[in-house]
Design a protein. Structure first.
Length: 209
């Protein structure tokens, strides 16, 4: 039986193994944080607020996610996912993807993210291919295997943070023209301001740590 929930739907921390029987549409937030899910099959197709599937450590894929999420989308501490395949195409808030130890690629990720695109502490991630083309804030710090900024957004309204990325040897993103950063640019000290300015049009400050 298909049904609609006008407000929030919260089944976090219930040791759930399946989402079958969930509403088809949720007007508020949809929270399935900290369960034992292996699949997102059964998720609503449309969520008006935030979507939180953090800490489902047995989840192997994001297939089955809503087509649309109006607020933030959180998919952190999912220890088995290797890509973002299955993500909603549109996220009306921020996108938060941290501590996913097997995540190798951002392919399949959302095409539109209205606020922060935060991809941090993912030790298997090697490039940014799959990012949206335009975001408010791009944060890819502390990805220890990141070797390339290829695929980074072409326009960043506020700031770009690529600090604590020891495997990154160049800021060349491969777009063939400078990427616009409307605010500050944060990077490790080994990169010079000249190199930053070669690849990025930074309208705020360049901060090297």
């Amino acid at each position: 039986m298909k049904y609609i929930v006008e407000g929030d739907f919260d089944v976090s921390g219930n040791n759930l193994h399946t989402l079958l029987g969930c509403p088809e549409r949720v007007g508020g937030n949809f929270d399935i944080f900290e369960n034992d899910l292996t699949s997102l099959e059964g998720c609503p197709k449309w969520v008006g607020g935030y979507f939180n599937c953090d800490r489902n450590e047995f989840l192997v894929s994001l297939q089955g996610c809503p087509d649309y999420v109006g607020g933030h989308f959180a998919c952190s501490n999912l220890h088995e996912i290797v890509s973002l395949e299955g993500c909603p195409r549109v996220v009306g808030g921020g996108f938060y993807c941290h501590h996913n130890y097997k995540l190798k690629t951002l392919k399949g990720g959302p095409k539109e993210v209205a606020e922060r695109f935060e991809i941090t502490y993912n030790p298997a991630l090697v490039s940014l291919v799959g990012c949206p083309k335009r975001v408010y804030y791009m944060d890819c710090h502390s990805n220890s295997s990141l070797v390339s900024l290829e695929g980074c957004p072409r326009e960043i309204e506020h700031a770009f943070d690529c600090t604590q990325t020891p495997a990154l040897k160049t800021l060349n993103h491969g777009w063939g023209e400078r990427v616009i950063v409307g605010g500050h640019f944060f990077c490790d000290k080994r990169f010079t301001e000249d190199e930053v300015e070669k690849y990025f049009e930074v309208r705020g400050n360049i901060e090297r740590f």
